[in-house]
Design a binder for this molecule. Structure first.
Ligand SMILES: C[S@@+](CC[C@H](N)C(=O)[O-])C[C@H]1O[C@@H](n2cnc3c(N)ncnc32)[C@H](O)[C@@H]1O
Length: 324
């Protein structure tokens, strides 16, 4: 069965044992905290009810986002051949585990999380996944985490934005130190988050890491007053619609990510689609970030046969080359 379908079933089982009104209230509470954006060192989730609410309301979309990021990386390096171990910092209820299992099996995962309640749900949900998961209930900046073995990927998703600037830098240093090769950051697709990620980008570049994705180059980002993000569409069950007071059977979730590596990776793309393409009759409008450090809005018409075929199949977030 598809991993995310199986995850959805497990979550529905959990929901069926709970009072919907209580879940709805806890969901509203943590949503309000997350919406504050500059959370800075505040523990958004500190008890069992909030952890449960995270499982129900945030984990499905977070898993799909991480999957989307790994899918992009997998197009550049074959993860099955490259990865035998992963360190997941601020692993929460284990969203990354579900995405990772779509690309690699039977590998060693070190899941570091400071909240017991989050670990409890992570263990309960992921016990059938084909991964060797080692849990560590610790602050990511603790001595015990420093002593963990190095892993092929060091990943964090939606944890850095809970940290103040000093701890954020310390965490980036830790990620560099603990990684044998890849460093993956995944954060919300908001302007504030983007700004912080641009600082992280500069910091990691200054430490001589190679930027693989999503950028076409390692120069200063040419988006001046603007920002960039990516989107995944996540289906919502009837119960989720009730909890979130939503009407649609899906939601579009925005995120931003950065992938760095220690070894050189050849990137054979010149452009990345940074807005949802507009497909019109006989033409496609694209907003592109290009290797020559430019941002361009272009329209590809049917007359440009080869590139029109390429453009028609492009989605927001795709990286590619036009034909000359
Ligand atoms: C928004 S949740 C994200 C969980 C998971 N990474 C995901 O993508 O679903 C952030 C998690 O990071 C954890 N966290 C935040 N700061 C931490 C720290 N200093 N050490 C360990 N865990 C931390 C929180 O307890 C929380 O479970």
């Amino acid at each position: 069965m598809d991993n995310f379908l199986y995850q959805a079933q497990l979550i529905e089982e959990i929901i069926s044992k709970q009072k919907l009104t209580k879940i709805k209230k806890d969901y509203t509470d943590i949503s309000l905290k997350y919406r504050k954006e500059d959370i800075n060192s505040v523990s958004v989730i500190s008890n069992n009810n909030q952890a449960l609410s995270y499982v129900i309301s945030r984990m499905p979309e977070t898993s799909v986002i991480i999957d989307d990021v790994l899918c992009k990386l997998n197009k550049i390096v074959n993860l099955k051949n490259k990865i035998t171990s992963v360190l997941d910092l601020g692993s929460g209820t284990g969203s990354a585990l579900w995405a990772l299992e779509n690309y690699v099996n039977n590998i060693d995962i070190y899941a570091v999380e400071k909240q017991e309640a989050m670990i409890k749900y992570s263990k309960e949900l992921s016990n059938k996944l084909n991964l060797n998961i080692n849990y560590l209930k610790e602050d990511v900046l603790s001595e015990k985490v420093k002593n963990l073995p190095k892993t092929d990927i060091v990943l964090e998703s939606f944890m850095l934005n809970e940290m103040n600037k000093t701890d954020r830098i310390k965490t980036l240093d830790l990620m560099i130190e603990k990684s044998k090769n890849y460093v993956v950051l995944i954060e919300p697709g908001t302007p504030i988050s983007y700004k912080k990620m641009m600082e992280d980008r500069q910091y990691l570049l200054s430490k001589n890491l190679n930027l693989i994705l999503p950028c076409t180059h390692s120069g200063i980002c040419p988006l001046k007053e603007d920002y960039c993000n990516f989107t995944v569409r996540i289906s919502r069950t009837k119960t989720l619609r009730q909890i979130k007071n939503g009407f649609l059977g899906y939601e579009d979730e925005k995120y931003f990510f950065l992938i760095f590596s220690k070894e050189d990776v050849s990137k054979d793309f010149n452009s990345v689609v940074i807005r949802k393409p507009i497909y019109r009759k006989s033409c496609v409008d694209l907003k592109l970030c290009n290797k020559d450090k430019t941002i361009k809005n272009i329209t590809i018409t049917k007359n440009n046969k080869k590139n029109y075929v390429i453009s028609k199949n492009l989605k927001h977030g795709d990286f590619f080359n036009f034909e000359n």
